[in-house]
Design a protein around this ligand. Structure first.
Ligand code: ZN
Ligand code: ZN
Length: 418
């Protein structure tokens, strides 16, 4: 067992007690603020009083994969390479970015596991699992599985088997709050039985896509989350809460989704096939957002169409906040240039940007106002610890926080050391 882990410029000390980092997917700070005001988050309120609380900067694009990977590597996408769910490679083929081979960094989880720690990572969405578990040696007692596929776990691939029987829970539905609660309940049971040194629990944003702070379904979910956080705390762990991104209302006053169909606009201006708009929010869970988010990437396929012309065209469109070329976007948001479009287009806080109208199925969005994320307006996230960080870390926090510092703060600042 080593006493220090080194990764991406950070030294992590060996924690004296278990550290549990929870990523509340879509956990906009507004849910915490509203829940505190309504008195439905007693455990979070206590953490904030006795431990630490701030609002931190997540990474842009404020999507699930880039932020989850930043949390477990302690680094921005320029280092780890995961900047969305999709990109176009040099041959202009759309590549899904969820494969572990595309992740360019080691993870804090794998580093600790290789040094002899027991590590568990549980995610709601199976698409994240292989990157979270990259190089995590499950043959040595480490665990990585998703609640989505909790019925298919094997010792060889996930480090755990018969999960439903073992934890006494049914397989949760893909579109349900139980998909997230299963992750936390499994984490609580593992903390009781195996007492891993390090746990990473990543939820899904199904509830936040559908329900604003204060709505009954959001309150019901946050009460259950708070109860789980209290039980993790009672088991003696350092509990660190953050989110991958926030969530904004993206509908017009009449309730219709406020969408810019950028591909249609660019096709009208430059001709069909001259440009390609990629929506990097797209994944198997499109039902809750129609693949509509606050940031898209544009590739110029016709050499006659310059990025500057696309930027000029996009900038005048209502609902578009900004259009940047590759170099400017990578510099501002710390992104990997080889996976960036020629142009990055960001939506206003109350709008989303899509490709062509025919490419988005909005029929599943009829039951609620569209809520989504992706741009800088959804990159502010909670950063809450159930124990006070030592004075050195408290001083550093005053200078501003990145959400991907949460493992460092929890491990080095709060967990105690020999
Ligand atoms: Zn997310
Ligand atoms: Zn989402």
């Amino acid at each position: 067992m080593k006493d220090t882990i080194h990764l991406n410029g950070i030294d992590y000390r060996w924690p004296q007690r278990p550290v549990v980092v929870v990523c509340i997917d879509g956990g906009d700070p507004a849910y915490i603020e509203r829940g505190l005001r309504d008195g439905i988050l007693p455990n979070v309120a206590r953490f904030m009083r006795e431990g630490f609380a701030a609002v931190a900067d997540g990474v842009v694009p404020s999507f699930t994969c880039p932020n989850n990977i930043s949390l477990i590597t302690g680094a921005p996408p320029a280092i780890h390479g995961i900047s969305g769910n999709y990109y176009l490679d040099a041959e202009r083929r759309a590549v899904v970015m969820t494969g572990p081979e595309l992740l360019r960094s080691r993870t804090i989880l794998a580093e600790f596991a290789d040094a002899g720690a027991r590590v568990a990572a549980i995610t709601a969405k199976d698409k994240l699992r292989r990157q979270l578990g990259k190089e995590l040696d499950v043959a040595r007692g480490n665990i990585c599985f998703s609640s989505e596929k909790a019925d298919c776990c094997t010792l060889a691939e996930h480090g755990i088997e018969r999960v439903l029987e073992r934890f006494g829970m049914p397989l949760p539905g893909m579109y349900s709050m139980e998909l997230s609660l299963f992750v936390l309940e499994a984490g609580i049971r593992l903390l009781q039985s195996e007492r891993p040194h390090l746990m990473y629990l990543s939820l899904t944003d199904f509830v936040q896509h559908k329900h604003a702070p204060g709505e009954p379904a959001a309150d019901a979910f946050y009460r259950r989350l708070d109860d789980c956080f209290g039980r993790l705390d009672a088991l003696g762990a350092v509990v660190a809460l953050t989110a991958d991104h926030g969530m904004s209302d993206k509908s017009r006053p009449d309730g219709e989704p406020n969408v810019v169909f950028l591909q249609d606009i660019l096709d009208a201006r430059f001709g069909a096939g001259a440009t390609r708009v990629i929506c990097p929010i797209t994944d198997a869970f499109v039902r809750h957002h129609g693949a509509l988010g606050g940031l898209v990437r544009v590739w110029c396929l016709d050499p006659g169409v310059a990025p500057a012309a696309v930027i000029d065209c996009a900038r005048g469109v209502p609902g578009v906040a900004e259009a940047l070329d590759r170099a400017a976007a990578c510099a501002r948001f710390d992104l990997p240039p080889d996976r960036e479009g020629d142009v990055v287009v960001l939506a206003e806080a109350n709008a989303v940007i899509g490709a062509g109208a025919v490419e988005h199925d909005l029929s599943a969005l009829r039951d609620a106002r569209l809520r989504s994320h992706g741009g800088p307006t959804e990159a502010r996230v909670p950063f809450i610890l159930n124990a006070p960080p030592d004075p050195r870390y408290a001083a550093r926090a005053a200078a501003g926080l990145k959400s991907y510092q949460i493992f460092e703060f929890a491990i080095n600042g709060c967990a105690g050391h020999a």
